[in-house]
Design a protein. Structure first.
Length: 294
């Protein structure tokens, strides 16, 4: 996940939850980012704690406690009771702990950002920035990006959209910390567009990451994603899925090829995710589309 060969694994990044039987956890890891959701299943007291090598953004989707406190190293403890809609930022290496006697079934998102994430611009010097701890604040952009990442947790890997969201989240953390990041105002040059279209069409059956595409355009992933949208009118992951579905339509004209075979041939991990994407973009299922060709 990180910028070296010996980056920590999930067990070294995430929180300890006690008692573990009191929570349902779902997680996913992408390039330089790790996300986990917690749904508290019982209204019994619980505690969480960590000192992570990653920056941790805590998103309280739903939370209210009758008793308890939250601590982030460098800040006074807080006994705030109504937590819904509040965010916390725990910089890498800072101690975080919390205890709650919940009034509601809490729902929490934790997003961990690698300080040396390989998708980040080198000129940002993200790993050298000293982030300030923040306790129970509000920020619409961070909130919305974190919720978008949550929807990607159960999606097949790899996930170019989740990678792009991770890059955006890192830039939003820099903005929150008081630094300004500039993005180019123009789109991609003609040669960049041509190479990208050729590469995508030639590798639809393979895993294509945001970093792969950014390297072809000789841009950082963050600047590439913005320039791509200006040139193509949609984000890279939308364009990629569109090209895969168009290729699938051509392959469906051959009755000898099964839907499962076609799904794999256009880069989907399984026929279920292929059928969902096909229906979303074509308005029908692959099987019904094939019948309509007769």
């Amino acid at each position: 996940m990180g910028g070296s060969d010996q980056r920590p694994g999930p067990s070294e990044i995430t929180v300890e939850f006690s008692p573990p039987s009191n929570v349902l956890r779902h997680a996913a890891a992408w390039t330089g980012i790790y996300a986990e959701t917690f749904e508290v299943a019982h209204r019994q007291p619980f505690e969480v704690a960590t000192t992570s090598p990653f920056h941790l953004l805590i998103v309280n989707e739903r939370g209210e406690r009758a008793d308890g406190e939250t601590f982030i190293e460098g800040l006074p403890k807080s006994r705030l009771s109504k937590l819904t809609g509040r965010l916390c930022l725990v910089p890498a290496g800072h101690r975080f702990s919390e205890r709650q006697a919940p009034r509601v079934f809490a729902r929490i998102i934790h997003v961990y950002v690698d300080p040396v994430g390989p998708l980040l611009d080198e000129e940002l010097q993200f790993s050298e920035l000293e982030f300030k701890p923040r306790l129970f604040f509000e920020d619409r952009d961070l909130w919305e990006t974190a919720l978008k990442l949550k929807t990607q947790i159960d999606k097949p890997q790899p996930n170019i959209y989740a990678e792009a969201l991770g890059v955006v989240l890192a830039h939003e953390l820099i903005r929150l910390n008081g630094a300004i990041t500039e993005a180019p105002h123009g789109g991609l040059a003609g040669w960049q567009q041509k190479r990208l279209v050729e590469y995508i069409d030639a590798h639809l059956d393979e895993e294509i990451s945001l970093k792969d595409l950014a390297n072809i355009a000789n841009l950082s992933p963050y600047h590439f994603a913005r320039a791509f949208k200006r040139s193509f009118g949609e984000p890279p992951h939308h364009y990629l899925n569109g090209r895969r579905i168009e290729r699938a339509k051509t392959l469906l004209e051959n009755p000898a090829r099964s839907v499962t075979e076609i799904a794999l041939a256009v880069g989907f991990a399984d026929p279920v995710s292929f059928a969902a994407a096909f229906h979303r973009l074509a308005g029908t299922t692959p099987t019904k589309y094939r019948r309509g060709l007769r």
